[in-house]
Design a protein around this ligand. Structure first.
Ligand SMILES: [Zn+2]
Length: 326
């Protein structure tokens, strides 16, 4: 997870820090240069702090998620409640890191956009609560409360199944013109940040959930495994959208990241693969994996955003897919 640019900055700060000391001591002048040295030392500290934050952001999030799962099982907490609390926590956590280590400052959400994203989140949560209630109602009838297979194995199976269903539905959302009329609402904005993960047509959210999760219930995956996987998916879904300067290195070959997902939002359709946000397996198998180290999209959004209503026109966005195409 080395950052070439920051390393260069650190090295040049270190080498230029040595030169003024020698020069100043030979002249016996200290006042102005001591100010320079203090500034250089401050910028070095800022660089080091940023590098530390970049390094710790993702592992710390995993540590917190694992603790939440452990506490839920140990103290028999309500799955639904922990899910909702974790969702709010992840958004707040990543929004904080977007301020501390932004990837592109022009992608940061304005206050108005946060309000809009909050409204979408509310609609998604209300709609999502309905779909989760429907899914868990079916689950309570069909699937066991505790796993029949070892929990670890069930979780791996559940991740692969959900990931496959999400991949198929997401890819169809891009390839089928009628489904794109729903999913394009998520892509219309020329920014990628944690808030706009919530900007979706509610039918797009429902469609993906049903396609991805219902088959799992019918093959008898337990509610415990569904809970763990839903925590994992919340973590990944918001993390990959976050406008933060993290580099996952070779982990990028196995797991979704902001580095890959901002390519998915690229205006250049040739690099806009990466339909997986959790594990990258299906992108590899179906030829939509394009990420290479340091690859950045020139622009994000869609070529012709005027074909969609602006995301803040929530009602217009809702009825857009049902209107006759112009
Ligand atoms: Zn997409």
């Amino acid at each position: 997870m080395t950052d070439m640019f920051n390393n260069e900055q650190v090295m040049s700060a270190e080498s230029s820090a040595a030169t003024p000391v020698a020069y100043v001591s030979s002249l016996g002048v200290a006042n102005d240069s001591s100010v320079d040295l203090t500034q250089q030392s401050n910028s070095l500290q800022t660089n080091n702090l940023q590098k530390t934050l970049e390094w710790m952001c993702y592992p710390l999030l995993w540590l917190i998620a694992s603790t939440a799962v452990w506490a839920t099982f140990t103290y028999e907490l309500e799955f639904g409640l922990v899910n909702v609390l974790f969702l709010f926590f992840v958004i707040a956590y990543l929004a904080l890191f977007e301020r501390l280590i932004p990837y592109d400052v022009t992608w940061q959400a304005t206050k108005k956009e946060w309000l809009r994203d909050g409204a979408y989140l509310f609609i998604t949560m209300m709609g999502g609560a309905l779909s989760i209630a429907a899914i868990f109602a079916v689950a309570s009838l069909v699937s066991p409360k505790t796993p029949s297979l070892p929990l670890g194995l069930e979780i791996v199976l559940a991740i692969l199944f959900i990931s496959f269903g999400s991949y198929v539905f997401h890819r169809l959302g891009h390839d089928w013109p009628w489904l794109w009329r729903f999913h394009g609402i998520h892509h219309a904005e020329a920014k990628v940040n944690v808030g706009n993960n919530s900007v979706n047509h509610i039918f797009d959210v429902w469609g993906r959930r049903f396609v991805a999760q219902l088959p799992l219930i019918f093959i008898g995956i337990s509610q415990e495994s569904l809970f763990v996987v839903s925590i994992f998916n919340t973590l990944q879904g918001y993390f990959v959208h976050a406008n933060i300067n993290v580099r996952l290195g070779r982990l990028n070959y196995f797991i979704g990241s902001p580095e890959q997902h901002r390519l998915h939002h690229s205006v250049d359709i040739k690099e806009a693969g990466h339909f997986c946000v959790d594990v990258t397996l299906w992108d590899w198998l179906f030829g939509s994996y394009f990420w290479r180290k340091g690859r950045k999209p020139d622009a994000v959004g869609i070529k012709n955003p005027a074909r969609f209503p602006p995301p803040e026109a929530i009602l217009k966005c809702f009825i857009h897919p049902f209107k006759k195409p112009k």
